[in-house]
Design a protein around this ligand. Sequence first.
Ligand SMILES: Cc1cc2nc3c(=O)[nH]c(=O)nc-3n(C[C@H](O)[C@H](O)[C@H](O)COP(=O)(O)O)c2cc1C
Ligand code: SF4
Length: 451
Amino acid sequence: MTLTSFGPANLIKRSPETHPLTWRLRDDAEPVWFDEYQAKNGYAAARKAFADMAQDDIVQTVKDAGLKGRGGAGFPTGVKWGLMPKDESINIRYLLCNADEMEPNTWKDRMLMEQLPHLLIEGMLISARALKTYRGYIFLRGEYTTAAKHLNRAVEEAKAAGLLGKNILGSGFDFELFVHTGAGRYICGEETALINSLEGRRANPRSKPPFPAAVGVWGKPTCVNNVETLCNVPAIIADGVDWYKSLAREGSEDMGTKLMGFSGKVKNPGLWELPFGVTARELFEDYAGGMRDGYTLKAWQPGGAGTGFLLPEHLDAQMYAGGIGKVGTRMGTGLAMAVDNTVNMVSLLRNMEQFFARESCGFCTPCRDGLPWSVKLLMALEKGEGREGDIETLLGLVGFLGPGKTFCAHAPGAVEPLGSAIKYFRSEFEAGIAPVSAAVPPLAKPIVVGA
Ligand SMILES: Cc1cc2nc3c(=O)[nH]c(=O)nc-3n(C[C@H](O)[C@H](O)[C@H](O)COP(=O)(O)O)c2cc1C
Ligand code: SF4
């Protein structure tokens, strides 16, 4: 399938000045191959980085631009890069591109890789130069077969042009880049699980510390960055820190632009490159066109299944980490989902928690046992066979699986939508509790995690 739903052309005039990620996209949604990419100023930033910039200057520029990771956690990229060892004698180090993208409702990296594969390669090349990594891997979600095909062809084109391989642009710097397809598991997107999977191990997250910058893939210093993060690097290098910072709307603490989207029963589901700080209302009304006729907006999630639900009254929040934080959840991947008035929240949450339970790696008890337990309770509530106390048990699980209680952020992400759904739509959960007269046999006393 070709992704053509990249926003209505009549609404957005994409230009290099305002749309650093997407201005090179073709209207027919075909990939931009090497010749066209070069003609559209492609690899100019890489040439500048190799000819005119010391490696540490590249790191400093990215730091000064305020680029933050687009993989969901929003960690400052320049700071992460600065954690890589300075010791020049450690000459084996890796750059990994996280292209696992299995967050439900999220397809931004897929669009970049399918249609602008050279932008990612250029971003990785400049980043590799900055980090002194001689080898990179794009860890790609297994189901992204079109992206794999396009990336592999683009890697060959870049190699043929002397932009990958040995002695790039006569600099003496070597960088080999490989596309590695994963088996299509959500947990492979967690950066240390990704490292295990790349090594051929089971994709369990690793303990941090040590962080990948110290001990990463095959025990060597490793930097893991998201596709969209890396795709921001060429424009920052080409056009500078001040321009990049000027792109965001006033009030936003995050810099630059972001791929944002809206799915669900909106008139025009799609993906758009917008300045950080745009309001969710603009995204929903001006770009997604509001709800389809016959539907009303009941709730929305700002950035993937692992972010909390918000109400229509929250649509004036600005789309940046702090703006969404102010209304009580996280920006996540920035691809929002509309929940319409026909959707029952219990059924929606049952579906979501089934996904999260299935994708748990099973390494730690609260997540391995707690998520299936939440599914059982939600299934009972969905059938109207819930028992008194089930909602409190679900809220207990939200606490048991919250931040800091598990080995990685999978479980906290899984329960964030559950906690917020109960907060805003408790009556729908209560409606699933069977009347006492229905003589439903009492549940055995639940086993409390850790007791
Ligand atoms: C369960 C789970 C799944 C994740 N999936 C992805 C993913 O598909 N892509 C991604 O870039 N980051 C994902 N992350 C975040 C990564 O661990 C990591 O923070 C990110 O790749 C760092 O890149 P960035 O700093 O450029 O955002 C996931 C995290 C968790 C806990
Ligand atoms: S929180 Fe879940 S996915 Fe993460 S390590 Fe524990 S069991 Fe695995």
